[in-house]
Design a protein around this ligand. Structure first.
Ligand SMILES: [Zn+2]
Length: 411
């Protein structure tokens, strides 16, 4: 009995109703979000079916700009980078950004038709990040419906360039170059599905393209000349033997390799792309230096082995992606607000590292989090991406409470 009583008490504590969650207009907005669950899902599907591969987000951006206008957001625009911006003024000009990304990590021409099979739906980009885009629209609509006012201004953003070689160019522009950059004080990216997963750490990412060139020639007639492909193999072999720590998690991957023209020709060129990541910037520096040294040594070894031919390999290393890393302290005001929101929702929040749009603000020491838009999902970035809509309204609810828990402490 005693145990039962205690566990009952514990459950009640998990759903601690904070003063913010008790405010009548907040209750009204939370109810509205749940009541409009089906409409939000319909919007999510509509968004997902507008193709938006990275660097080709224009059509989806126009759709989102139309939705922002319908919601009454002020000064709706598509900025020079392609981001859609819409303002919900507060008492002060200091601004809290709520963003979701427009782009999908698929090539132009991908079939974005959504397929529904009972409790599980399928579609490239359906969860990542059409759920986020639908969630921020629903959030804004609920705030309007309940007449919620905020101290800070809220800037709703549908940004470009989150995926792959987009290299976070949308949020990078907004926070580093746009005319609004100095007004923006905090940042939430709504990405993924699970709303209890709070990404407060930005995994640092660096990507290189290594290009090796030589004179080329006939495989038989010019045997003995240097080969860019053989040099690449020497470099990659060194990389593959590199030991990296499990904690802080540090990884490397040679993801693509191209080169050569025929089986009976010594290649003139070979290039490959390497993805380096770490939770710790010092470790990221270390593996970056290792790669550059592996290139130097691999090229030297190939040139030495073919010294009689008087031919040489030249190497070019180019950074094709550079995402800053870092951490928003779990004890800072924004994560603390998210913890109170999670308690009100009955969630146990778990903090984690990832590479998301929040890497940019985190790199600028701006409080930032990435959180899920609701529901469940898997196989992101594959044609088998799936999304389960059950209870997905909890995403926008968690978002609303996090925003208001944070904002209420500023007054
Ligand atoms: Zn995403």
């Amino acid at each position: 009995m005693r145990l039962l009583f205690l566990s009952g008490l514990f459950a009640a504590c998990l759903c601690a109703q904070t003063p913010v969650a008790q405010r009548p207009e907040v209750k009204k907005a939370l109810k509205y979000i749940e009541a409009t669950h089906e409409q939000t899902l319909a919007k999510q599907v509509q968004i997902a079916e507008i193709p938006a591969p990275t660097f080709h987000e224009g059509e989806r951006a126009k759709f989102m700009a139309g939705e922002f206008k319908k919601l009454g957001l002020k000064n709706v625009e598509i900025d020079p980078q392609g981001n859609v911006l819409g303002w919900r003024p507060g008492e002060v000009a200091d601004t809290f950004v709520i963003a979701a990304h427009l782009d999908i990590s698929f090539a132009v021409g991908v079939n974005t038709k959504v397929r529904k099979e009972g409790a599980r739906w399928w579609g490239p980009g359906l969860g990542d990040d059409s759920r986020g885009l639908a969630a921020i629209l629903n959030l804004c609509e609920a705030m309007n419906n309940a007449g919620i006012k905020t101290h800070q201004t809220v800037l709703f953003v549908s940004n470009v360039g989150e995926e792959g070689l987009g290299d976070l160019n949308g949020v990078r522009y907004l926070l580093q170059k746009s005319v609004f950059k100095d007004r923006i004080k905090e940042f939430i990216s709504v990405d993924g599905s699970d709303p209890s997963r709070l990404v407060n750490g930005g995994t640092g990412v660096k990507r290189y393209r290594v290009t090796l060139k030589g004179p080329g020639g006939h495989s038989y007639g010019n045997f003995g000349r240097v080969s860019p492909i053989h040099a690449a193999a020497r470099i990659i072999d060194r990389m593959a033997d590199l030991k990296v720590p499990e904690k802080p998690k540090t990884t490397y991957n040679v993801g693509t390799i191209t080169g050569g023209t025929a089986v009976n020709a010594i290649a003139e060129e070979c290039s490959f792309e390497v993805d380096l990541r770490s939770e710790d910037l010092g470790q990221l520096d270390k593996i970056e230096l290792f790669l550059l040294e592996a290139v130097r040594q691999g090229v030297a070894d190939e040139n030495k082995a073919r010294a009689n031919s008087k031919s040489v390999i030249t190497a070019e290393t180019k950074v094709v992606s550079d995402r800053p890393g870092g951490l928003t302290s779990e004890n800072g005001p924004l994560p603390e607000a998210a913890k109170r929101a999670a308690a009100a929702m009955g969630f146990t929040p778990h903090f984690s590292y990832s590479s998301t749009d929040s890497n940019i603000p985190i790199g600028l020491k701006m409080p930032a989090l990435t959180m899920g838009g609701g529901g469940a999902g898997g196989n992101a970035h594959s044609l088998n991406e799936w999304f389960e809509p059950a209870n997905a309204w909890k995403g926008p609810q968690m978002l609303l409470l996090t925003l208001l828990e944070f904002d209420s402490k500023l007054k």
